[in-house]
Ligand binder design. Structure first.
Ligand code: AMP
Length: 221
């Protein structure tokens, strides 16, 4: 059970994808859940839409309810990767209560440390396959053949409406004001491991794998 913590564009989603494939963990991304709610036009989606477009956080009770529903639905999963949740101290406390209720415990909070200046660049170039969701970037990770997904061969791609320079700045400000301050909460529980999120994608994955492997070595026989 782990949390990937870091500002928008730090690579949380990319790393979660690789952890899911390798370890069978289930990724719980409140951003993905909210985008799905906006797409179907549910009540939650209607509430969240304007806030997301402005780069502001959605209320704690809304995202916590989404997480709770998914935890219950996936109760038999081998473990979870929380991506983009918790984002406030209140969410961190709610997550603790939810995990305790389900007899689960957090193993790691992995902080993807990045240089904020690079993030606007990273985010404004990113896009995903509309079919399989593989992530790409105009400069850093274009598809091998232009316009064709490397993974599934689809020719349709999408970009997030909040991945523009202005909204990214608002999202970074929210991160600094509300999310970064939850690190001490987890540091006090000795759960935080810091990884250099500016390294190549494969090196970041390797660093995260090393943290997970250290568990296997220290686990009681
Ligand atoms: P993300 O995909 O994680 O970058 O999230 C995109 C947007 O969804 C954020 O800018 C927020 O508006 C909203 N959002 C996602 N997760 C949360 C959360 N845990 N708490 C509040 N708002 C969230």
């Amino acid at each position: 059970m782990l949390i990937l913590l870091g500002p928008p564009g730090a690579g949380k989603g990319t790393q979660a994808q690789s952890l899911m494939t390798k370890h069978g963990l289930v990724q719980l991304s409140t951003g993905d859940m909210l985008r799905a709610a906006v797409k179907v036009g549910s009540e939650i989606g209607r509430q969240a839409d304007a806030l997301m477009k402005a780069g502001a956080l959605v209320p704690d009770e809304v995202v916590t309810a989404l997480i709770e529903a998914r935890l219950e639905f996936e109760a038999h999963a081998p473990g979870f990767i929380f991506d983009g949740y918790p984002r406030t101290r209140a969410q961190a406390e709610s997550l603790d209560a939810l995990l305790a209720k389900h007899g689960m415990k957090l193993d790691h909070v992995i902080e993807l440390a990045v240089d904020e200046e690079a993030l606007v660049d990273r985010i404004s170039g990113r896009f995903t396959c509309a079919k399989c969701n593989e992530g790409y970037h105009d400069r850093f990770k274009p598809p091998g053949q232009e316009g064709v997904c490397d993974v599934c061969g689809s020719t349709e791609f999408k970009r997030r409406p909040d991945d523009n320079a202005e909204t990214v700045r608002a999202r970074l400000a929210e991160y600094r004001a509300k999310t970064a301050p939850i690190l001490p909460y987890y540091e006090a529980k000795s759960l935080v491991a810091r990884v250099d999120g500016m390294a190549d994608i494969a090196d970041v994955t390797e660093a995260i794998e090393a943290i997970l492997a250290s568990d296997a070595q220290t686990a009681p026989a």
